[in-house]
Design a protein around this ligand. Structure first.
Ligand code: 0RQ
Length: 498
């Protein structure tokens, strides 16, 4: 069946008010880049005529500004899930203009198949290649592409010539059967290939192909500062001590690490530490540092959902595809983030906390308990199931006015039962096998900023009884003080403990 090449505007005509739309990609990598803008313009035109126009949105994770940003600014989003990190979308969902629900990334594809989230009307996917018989080769990020293509009534393909057709072979596309027929996912090492090199769809569903040459909106990493470097070094030193103590196998276990500067610094420090053997990566986002370490032979193999790398690095990968195709697999997020596989492989999972409490609970998503930052992302997929779950965070935020450690988290994403290790620039709190009060002392001694240690020690010294000695009159005093005076330093327990 001949492919029909259309413009982005023509593609947008296949998207109607109230449609549920699924988008490919994971982080800006692999996301459509021109059709979302055309949908946003269509929404603006309809709104100008007094007509409603909003869509429901399923993405892999965060996307680029050309997707989330354009649609949020056009007030074209009815609801959206999962992880996002766009400032305009963040503002819209915190103002309830767009309804947002946060979801573990590994769960999205199966939640769609189970029918929990409604139908998919349109799938809009970026491809490096598409054939007349319905073979779609994803680009540098997969996300939920296979599931949305299979479920959608209509498929729009953005054929992006920045991504060579020869990327075919870097993907491992596999969708598990659903219960009660599901079997184990047969991945026993990160390099195991279990699926196809492309997504096969009914070609009759492809309503059009839009040609583009838009680059990924690759975020630049900030230069590493002292705090970030200290966290990275503390993680690497801790892992070496685990090898020495015989708690990590000498051949090591695969690593998962989240997004951002800290993750990049951790990887850099692990790569530079000769006491850590060359290792495999089984993760969601493959960042620049993984590619650098792969070139140096320090990373042996990387399995992920996306190449969330700078445009400079993606060009390098495409210029050396033979090498990188032997060493990288890109999988749907249902597989890259699969808790069954994470537990089998025995991952070291390293993710980021927004705040932690002194008893080891983690808030990764809500600023002061109410304002959504990004979302839980894949952190829950890995944290609960990994062999070693580590959370990193700078000990303070906003010029020291916010302590990352508070008596009680203002929102809970990862409970004390899943969190094994917390690491800041000051040190490592190893929470394994410790009671709540032992955990509190360990966190205060090793991770808390010196400015906030006395306040948290005073909190524990209030003489509150019970297994977890929380003082319900005072546990949110840090947040209340931040709201009142803009600085958690000003906490005065006597104001609350009446
Ligand atoms: O604010 O941007 O205004 O400077 O939060 O903090 O320290 O720059 O760190 O970019 O790694 O983000 C948890 C949000 C951290 C992120 C979070 C302010 C701080 C700064 C960003 P500015 P940093 P990061 C991967 C797996 C989700 C869980 C996860 C995240 C801004 O890592 O979303 O790891 N993780 N998922 O000043 C108020 C606090 C704060 C605070 C920091 N306690 N209160 N503001 N900030 N702590 C994701 C995927 O699965 C794709």
């Amino acid at each position: 069946m001949a492919l029909k090449f259309i413009t982005a505007e023509e593609a947008a005509s296949y998207v109607h008010h109230n449609d549920n739309v699924g988008f490919s990609g994971f982080t800006p990598a692999g996301c459509p880049k021109v059709v979302p803008g055309a949908i946003a313009r269509k929404a603006a035109e309809e709104h100008a005529k007094g007509n409603p126009f909003q869509i429901g949105m399923f993405t892999g994770a965060s996307t680029g500004d050309k997707l989330d940003g354009e649609l949020a600014r056009a007030n074209a989003i009815k609801f959206r899930t999962p992880y996002q990190s766009n400032k305009d979308l963040r503002a819209a969902l915190n103002a309830h203009q767009a309804q947002y629900f946060d979801l573990h990334l590994s769960e999205l594809a199966q939640s769609l198949r189970y029918g929990f989230l409604g139908k998919i009307d349109v799938a809009i996917v970026e491809a490096a290649d598409v054939t007349e018989d319905g073979e779609i080769v994803p680009t540098s990020g997969v996300g939920i592409l296979p599931t949305i293509c299979r479920m959608a009534d209509r498929i729009i393909v953005e054929l992006n010539c920045r991504h060579p057709k020869e990327i075919r072979g870097m993907h491992d596309i596999y969708e598990p059967a659903d219960p009660p027929l599901r079997r184990e996912i047969p991945i026993y090492t990160p390099s195991d290939r279990i699926g196809n090199d492309c997504v096969k769809v009914d070609p009759a569903k492809i309503v059009g192909v839009v040609r583009t040459d838009e680059p990924n909106e690759g975020g630049k990493f900030s230069p590493l500062d002292d705090v970030t470097m200290a966290i990275g070094k503390n993680v690497a030193d801790f892992l070496v001590s685990e090898i020495k103590a015989g708690r990590l196998p000498k051949e090591f276990v695969p690593l998962q690490s989240g997004v951002g500067n800290v993750a990049n610094a951790v990887l850099g420090c692990m790569g530079a530490n000769e006491s850590i053997p060359a290792f495999n990566v089984y993760t969601e986002v493959i960042q620049d540092a993984v590619i650098e370490l792969m070139k140096q032979g320090r990373v042996k193999f990387a399995s992920g959902c996306s190449l969330s790398v700078s445009n400079e690095v993606i060009r390098e990968i495409y210029a050396n595809l033979d090498f990188f195709k032997d060493n990288i697999l890109l999988r749907p997020q249902e597989i890259s983030n699969n808790p069954e596989v994470a537990r089998r492989l025995g991952l070291i999972a390293i993710n980021t906390a927004l705040e932690a409490d002194i008893f080891g609970n983690i808030n990764s998503t809500h600023v002061s308990g109410t304002r959504m930052m990004n979302g839980i992302g894949g952190s829950g997929d890995f944290t609960r199931s990994a062999m070693l779950s580590i959370f990193t965070t700078p000990s303070t935020a906003k010029d020291g006015k916010i302590s990352a450690f508070v008596p009680m988290v203002s929102h809970l994403d990862h409970s004390e039962h899943s969190v094994k290790i917390i690491i800041t620039e000051y040190g490592v709190a190893d929470l394994r096998g410790k009671s709540p009060i032992q955990r509190a002392r360990c966190i205060i001694d090793n991770c808390v900023h010196p400015d906030y240690k006395p306040l948290l020690e005073e909190y524990l010294a209030m003489g509150i009884k019970g297994h977890t000695p929380q003082n319900l009159k005072c546990c949110f005093a840090f947040h209340e003080e931040l709201a009142a005076s803009g600085d958690m330093h000003n906490v005065d327990w006597s104001k609350y403990n009446k």
